[in-house]
Design a protein around this ligand. Structure first.
Ligand code: URP
Ligand code: ZN
Ligand code: ZN
Length: 469
């Protein structure tokens, strides 16, 4: 099957030109002006943007968490992603306590089997180095294409690790070619503040935010940076929300340290006003780190402009409000942490980043596709539009308007963090390795088309697969 995409405005992290893109099989094989080639299908992209498929390096599908399981499994979560122009994501295997990493990886792969709509990889979230996985086993994961380790410095009594586990993992990563990712909040301090708030009778969702202050995020971020530097490991701080965390990352990057930071769509738009909503509606905005004071919105936009933060992900961790979030009606600490977001990242960042003049189109592509691909061992096979790259392509209509709503999104969640927001610009057609996934508002490919991608080690390239001679 070949596809010729004609006359679109091709935008990568570096380029912006009008041209034709020819896809032969799964890969892009020719780019030029007015290409004169026969194709099985010709797509007229005049007036549209031709973007690389977005990559979301931070999602949680079919994950047991907070006494329940996220509502989106691989099929519904990836369908939602595809409609939003995301063609590849990296999900977290959460090592069950006492289980080896290999068994945990197999368990997660089995959950995805036959359900994959887009391509995906896995990070390994380490919870236990004493009874299940060992440091020796951890060191072997990059050989299997799992080239990032995740550690939670919060969620005491559940996923949180101590500094010994954190530092030993960093030492392994420094040798094995993995990138270390941290959820940076001081879990011990948060645990004290939560218990104090509950003892004082504060049970409402707002107290989720008030018991996880920015200082707890700033302290853990700085601790992780210093420990990673000492261990010689590259570090990626996930879901950064506030000045207290941006500043140590910016300082480390200015000093030339191997440190990168990510924020998520919701942290530019949701705030304490949302989590304070009455009638338990605030529970929709319970995720960690929490929503912050609105003054942080500009801090984050500046950080993504200046490359203090290099990626915008979604941290998609969807629950139902009615039936899952309501588990914490009488106690905010029992509200499962997380929210939906996979579908609306490109629309929201295009509207409020590009159209509102905060970032360029090139920077948007860099934040949503190219930098995730480079940091997580997918580039240049993914994350750009180039000869030899996978034909993961979004035809984006910059003029079409769309109103974001849970009534029309494809996540199984019963609410949307950006409900009612009107955007101008939305994906019109999405290709995964040359195959049309989404067209005319329909998913036209069947689950099973997506694949596991074995990622390259940190700092190495994932060379495009060669067409057999
Ligand atoms: O609240 C969140 N973010 N839930 C998902 C787990 C995590 O901390 O990333
Ligand atoms: Zn987290
Ligand atoms: Zn997360």
């Amino acid at each position: 099957m070949s596809v010729l995409i004609k006359g679109g405005r091709v935008i990568t992290a570096a380029d912006d030109y009008v041209g034709d893109v020819f896809v032969d099989g799964e890969r892009i094989s020719l780019i030029g002006e007015s290409l004169d080639v026969a194709a099985d299908r010709v797509i007229d992209a005049a007036g549209k943007y031709v973007l690389p498929g977005c990559i979301d390096p931070h999602t949680h599908l079919d994950m047991p968490f907070g006494g329940t399981v996220t509502i989106d499994d691989v099929e519904s979560g990836q369908t939602s992603a595809a409609f939003g122009g995301t063609t590849c994501h990296v999900d977290f295997v959460i090592q069950p306590q006492g289980m080896t990493f290999g068994d945990a990886l197999d368990e997660w792969k089995a959950k995805a089997d036959g359900k994959q709509v887009i391509d995906m990889g896995y990070h390994m979230a380490i919870t236990d180095l004493k009874n299940g996985g060992t440091l020796e086993e951890l060191a072997t994961l990059p050989e299997q294409g799992v080239t990032s380790y995740k550690l939670f410095m919060a969620y005491k009594g559940a996923l949180m690790v101590d500094d010994e586990t954190l530092f030993r993992t960093m030492q392994v990563a420094a040798q094995s070619g993995a990138l270390v990712m941290v959820h940076a909040e001081n879990g011990d301090v948060i645990d004290i503040l939560v218990r104090e708030a509950l003892a004082a009778g504060h049970t409402e969702p707002l107290y989720h935010a008030l018991t996880r202050p920015p200082e707890a995020e700033g302290e853990a971020t700085n601790r992780a940076i210093q420990l990673a530097h000492l261990a010689g490991a590259p570090l990626y701080v996930v879901h950064v929300t506030c000045r207290e965390a941006v500043e140590p990352i910016a300082r480390a990057r200015d000093a030339g340290w191997n440190v990168w930071g990510e924020t998520c769509t919701q942290y530019f738009f949701n705030s304490l006003d949302d989590i304070a909503k009455p009638n338990f509606e605030g529970a929709k905005y319970v995720y960690s780190p929490p929503v912050r004071d609105k003054s942080n919105w500009d801090v984050l936009w500046n950080a993504v402009r200046t490359d203090a933060l290099s990626v915008i992900s979604t941290d998609h961790c969807a629950f139902l409000w009615d039936g899952q979030k309501t588990m914490g009606r009488d106690d905010f600490s029992k509200i499962p942490n997380g929210g939906p977001g996979l579908e609306n990242r490109l629309q929201m960042i295009h509207e409020f980043g590009v159209r509102h003049g905060r970032i360029s189109l090139n920077r948007m592509v860099e934040l949503l596709a190219t930098n995730p691909a480079k940091l997580f061992g997918l580039y240049p096979r993914k994350g750009t539009i180039a000869v030899g790259s996978d034909a993961d392509i979004v035809i984006f209509d910059p003029e079409r308007t769309h109103t974001i709503s849970a009534a029309t999104h494809h996540s199984k969640s019963d609410y949307n963090l950006f409900e009612g927001t009107e955007v101008t610009g939305t994906p019109e057609l999405v290709l995964l390795r040359g195959q049309v996934l989404v067209e005319n508002g329909e998913l036209v490919a069947s689950p099973g088309v997506g694949r596991f991608v074995a990622r390259a080690k940190f700092g190495q390239e994932l060379v495009p697969e060669r067409v057999p001679a």
